[in-house]
Write a protein that binds this ligand. Structure first.
Ligand code: NAD
Length: 454
């Protein structure tokens, strides 16, 4: 793609995915509008920053807003008619029954339809149940809109979102118009060509491992199913590791040793075979339940995913039963500190966070619960029980604690001075919810170690 045929792009949704993607497109020199009804998210962009913490994103947003390539707006009329490609990255949360809530997605498509040009390409980036694209196409057809529709699922991981997108494993684009697919692929090729310069602006260093960088064109339904299947498989690996961890707990095996060796088999792979407090976040829980529900609609009973979901759901309770066994008592009036409220280290996102769930369950069990997180306190407050005492300072949060739970692998926690921690605490329980610590190091500091499957 040369500068003259660089497309102007609109991204609907200035969330974790929409803003990250928009900042990358803009940093590669493509004029990119980000559209959102949420004024506070747009205001943050106007001020040259992101509404959430993601390594490298603030400098990219600041740079691209300043040079005029990233344009925040709430107006479809301002952005869509000027754009050759429109990406939809609005939220697709779950309904109370677990099915995917596509209200935002169809509202965005409906509003976009009023402004799309006949030659535009409408690209679905949000995670959707298979068959959603066909329904959006029907909606466009009913309105007499000729825009081409494609699916381009997103695979970035929060906390490494920019590097994942610059050094990617695969770009998947599905649809039935080869030229449109190629034009969407070209956007990513253009980002790839400029990636060293983009990484430099973001202050990020290229990863050491080689990325596989495949461009995969598929039909529409395959692209939709690829995304949910990929997340479902990763969730399965986690729940598999957690199931085996319970057996390890009963038998003296160490789940880390087990999975290191199991995963050394190239057919299996080590990634995600991690036992611990289970998965959370804005994607896995709802993507798994959405897949179960959409399969059900087609008469398929995805028992395997129901099992993975049940195992995951039970992990926080399993951890709490271990704490009760350690203290030989119920938890009334025990001071328990949860370190880590983000759903994982490296992000401020606390949606469906295991740390938050553990804190809330501990409150229900009668404990005096304290919590600390370096980045996620504000976002965690939305789901955290009001009785949880939040601290801005790690040391203060653990003072006179009976038990400390490390729920995420923030560097600050991994570098804890364990001897000092032990000297501050009343009882000496240390729960390693992500199996991130060496048991011996914890015990030689005078703490009692509880891992998951170790
Ligand atoms: P999010 O909730 O952070 O962002 C969605 C944004 O869409 C919000 O800012 C909301 O105000 C906006 N919005 C709602 N209706 C709109 C409309 N009609 N027009 C314009 N904007 C509108 O969600 P997210 O985490 O960025 O996820 C977006 C999609 O990407 C979801 O389908 C999700 O499953 C998928 N996804 C997320 C991740 C991730 O790590 N967060 C990774 C891969 C895929």
């Amino acid at each position: 793609m040369n500068q003259t045929d660089t497309p102007t792009i609109t991204i609907l949704g200035t969330g974790y995915v929409g803003l990250t993607t928009a900042a990358l497109f803009a940093a590669a020199g493509m004029k990119t509008y980000v559209v959102d009804p949420n004024q506070s998210r747009l205001d943050a962009v106007r001020e040259g920053r992101s509404f959430f913490f993601e390594e490298g994103l603030d400098p990219l947003v600041a740079h691209t807003v300043k040079n005029g390539t990233l344009i925040p707006t709430s107006s479809y009329a301002e952005s869509i008619p000027r754009s050759q490609i429109v990406f939809s990255a609005v939220g697709t949360p779950d309904n109370p029954d677990g099915s995917s809530n596509l209200t935002y997605l169809f509202a965005a498509a409906e509003e976009a339809a009023a402004h799309l040009q006949p030659s535009s390409i409408y690209v679905q980036k949000s995670t959707v149940p298979v068959g959603t694209g066909a329904k959006v196409k029907q909606l466009f057809a009913k309105k007499g809109i000729n825009a081409t529709y494609a699916s381009n699922p997103e695979f970035l991981r929060e906390s490494t979102a920019l590097l994942d997108s610059l050094w990617f494993d695969r770009i998947v684009v599905g649809g039935d118009d080869e030229m449109a697919i190629e034009r969407v692929m070209a956007v990513y090729r253009h980002v790839r060509q400029n990636r060293e310069a983009i990484a430099a602006i973001a202050g990020l260093v290229a990863p050491e491992e080689t990325a596989t960088e495949q461009y995969i064109a598929t039909n529409l339904e395959s692209a939709e199913l690829i995304k949910v299947s990929a997340n479902a498989f990763l969730a399965l690996k986690i729940s598999f590791a957690n199931s085996i961890a319970k057996l390890a707990d009963q038998t003296g095996a160490d789940i880390n040793e087990v999975m290191n060796a199991v995963g050394a088999d190239a057919r299996i792979g080590r990634a995600f075979l991690n036992a611990g407090r289970g998965y959370g976040g804005g994607c896995f829980p709802k993507d798994v339940s959405g897949l179960i529900s959409s399969a059900q609609e087609h008469g398929i009973d995805l028992q395997i995913m129901k099992a993975a979901q049940a195992v995951n759901e039970a992990m926080p309770t399993y951890i709490i039963s271990k704490i009760k066994a350690l203290l030989h008592t119920n938890l009334a009036d025990k001071k328990i500190t949860v370190l880590g409220l983000a759903f994982k280290a490296g992000t401020s996102d606390a949606r469906r966070s295991a740390g938050v769930r553990l804190a809330n369950l501990l409150v229900e069990a009668g404990a005096d619960v304290h919590a600390y997180d370096p980045k996620a306190i504000d976002e965690a407050k939305r789901e955290l029980h009001h009785a949880v005492k939040i601290h801005e300072d790690l040391r203060q949060s653990t003072s006179a604690a009976d038990v400390v739970l490390v729920a995420t692998k923030w560097e600050e926690f991994l570098r804890l001075d364990l001897k000092e921690l032990a000297s501050q605490m009343r009882s000496k329980g240390f729960v390693d919810c992500e199996n991130a610590f060496a048991r011996q190091a914890v015990e030689s500091a005078g703490l009692t170690y509880i891992g998951i499957g170790r």
